[in-house]
Design a protein around this ligand. Structure first.
Ligand code: AMP
Length: 116
């Protein structure tokens, strides 16, 4: 049997490694990114192991709705009333480095465009 190594985010969910957690419920977890790209840079992840956007199915629609509700709550809690950006990198060309679905929530300054 092929044993897959846990991703770093699964290890954070399992509390094997620490993270600066800002929100947690039964289905998801949010914590500060270790390498912030803006004054506020939080990652929101589902506890369910979904490798990327490409692995989402219709069964995940309730979970996705929940995640976007949590994003809205978090942005209020994080003081991002002036706006923010939510980013999901997918696959190598998309710049994904951790293969556990995650939403970057970025804000606290005027964000530039394009992403490069
Ligand atoms: P991506 O490149 O979209 O896959 O994003 C992965 C993000 O995870 C990057 O912004 C990293 O800085 C962040 N990251 C990696 N390891 C950790 C960690 N242990 N705690 C918090 N953030 C992390």
């Amino acid at each position: 049997m092929l044993l897959m190594e846990k991703t770093i985010f699964k290890r954070i969910i399992d509390k094997e490694i620490p993270a600066n957690i800002v929100y947690e419920d039964d289905d998801c977890l949010a914590f500060h990114d270790v390498n912030p790209q803006a004054p506020v840079h939080v990652l929101l992840i589902p506890k369910k192991e979904i490798a990327s956007l490409n692995q989402l199915s219709e069964d995940d629609s309730v979970l996705l709705g929940h995640l976007f509700g949590v994003i809205r709550e978090l942005t209020q809690k994080l003081g991002l009333e002036n706006g923010y950006r939510v980013v999901v990198n997918c696959g190598d060309d998309g710049g994904q480095t951790v293969y556990h679905l995650h939403f970057h929530i970025l804000g606290g300054r005027q964000l530039g465009w394009s992403p490069g």
